[in-house]
Design a protein around this ligand. Structure first.
Ligand code: UDP
Ligand code: MG
Length: 320
């Protein structure tokens, strides 16, 4: 089968309510810019609903659909990686399944890529409709905190919705890490990257698949993957505490020399509790990095593919 001009890669977790409309809108948008020359790569990330059945049906009806079934839920970033590994287009669009990112923008993004001679066009969220204040506030804070602690210029308020050239994608796929923060890794590979502003729509159906625990994991992967600032922070705190203890020593010595006993319990407890909590916190941070090293050192495949149907079902099912 000849390689398509455009691949649209979509990770899906419990998205049965979105898939029909997603397929309709993505197909319309893709055929408007690429004629017959595109593929839609749907990755089922271990959904518990009927998503895989719907995908199989779509792949049976539409020869442009390639449906990949992972063996279990591997998480958004790994499902996305599976889709990127198995797509074969010259231009690759990453998009969410819930239609928060309008597929109709693909024409303008391709045009921006051509006009600016860019390898990557990343979409920046100007507005976010239908999301809670908490989600928007934590997201805004997260991107700003991340940009302060990392040397990689990771764009603010940009998700994974982006268009990439084949050479940029190949560079991205050469990065082997397990704990993947794809938008940061794309920033790291370089090439000419240009922003593209858009308004993010509401989710078409269902709930967000990023509960608080997944959001925390995601943020920690981003920070430990792209910065060692928390480790440096431990040294600074240590220095600060050393300075403070010097002052306390002077104070105690003064009390001792002037013959006055210093009240003990309160100050002792204060020091014990402060030191204890700072040490635990720093230990936890070091633990995050060590845990990451441990996971990486096992060198397991990033994901396991259970089934492939559609365009490339002739290809062997493989891990990474
Ligand atoms: N997703 C996934 N695996 C997961 C969680 C999410 O493949 O474990 C997919 C999901 O189906 C969607 C995309 O990742 O296509 C983004 O998730 P969602 O829209 O729920 O996140 P939000 O937009 O609320 O940040
Ligand atoms: Mg969403």
């Amino acid at each position: 089968m000849s390689k398509p001009y455009l691949s649209i890669v979509i990770p899906c977790y419990n998205e049965e309510g979105c898939l029909g409309e997603l397929h309709r809108r993505v197909s319309a948008a893709a055929s408007a810019v690429a004629g017959e020359n595109y593929e839609i790569v749907l990755v089922n990330d271990g959904s518990r609903d009927e998503s895989w059945k719907v995908m199989e049906k779509l792949a049976a009806q539409d020869p442009k659909v390639l449906a990949i079934n992972l063996s279990r839920n591997h998480g958004h970033q790994l499902a996305l990686t599976a889709g990127l590994d198995l797509c074969s287009g010259a231009r690759i669009l990453i998009i969410d399944a819930d239609l928060q990112d309008p597929p109709e923008l693909i024409g303008e993004m391709l045009e921006t890529m051509r006009a600016e001679q860019a390898d990557i066009v990343y979409a920046v969220r100007r507005k976010r409709a239908g999301e809670t204040f908490f989600k928007k506030a934590t997201a805004a804070l997260f991107y700003r905190a991340l940009s302060r602690v990392t040397d990689t210029p990771i764009p603010l308020d940009a998700g994974d919705f982006r268009l990439m050239s084949r050479r940029a994608l190949d560079a991205l796929l050469a990065l082997p890490e397990q704990a993947r923060f794809v938008r940061g890794m794309v920033a790291w590979i370089g090439f000419r990257q240009v922003p593209f502003c858009y308004d993010r729509a509401e989710r078409l159906a269902g709930e967000t698949k990023y509960p608080l625990a997944k959001m925390m994991r995601f943020a920690l992967d981003a920070i430990t993957g792209f910065s060692t600032a928390p480790l440096r922070f431990a040294s600074y705190v240590g220095l600060g505490l050393a300075a403070a203890s010097l002052l306390i020593i002077l104070y105690v010595a003064y009390g001792w020399l002037s013959g006055r006993a210093i009240e003990g319990w309160t100050s002792l407890m204060l020091v014990v509790v402060t030191l204890g909590s700072v040490q635990m916190f720093v230990l936890g941070m070091i633990g995050e990095y060590i845990g990451r090293l441990y996971v990486e050192s096992k060198r397991r495949p990033l994901y396991i593919v259970a089934d492939i149907v559609g365009r490339a079902s002739g290809r062997a099912a493989l891990g990474h």
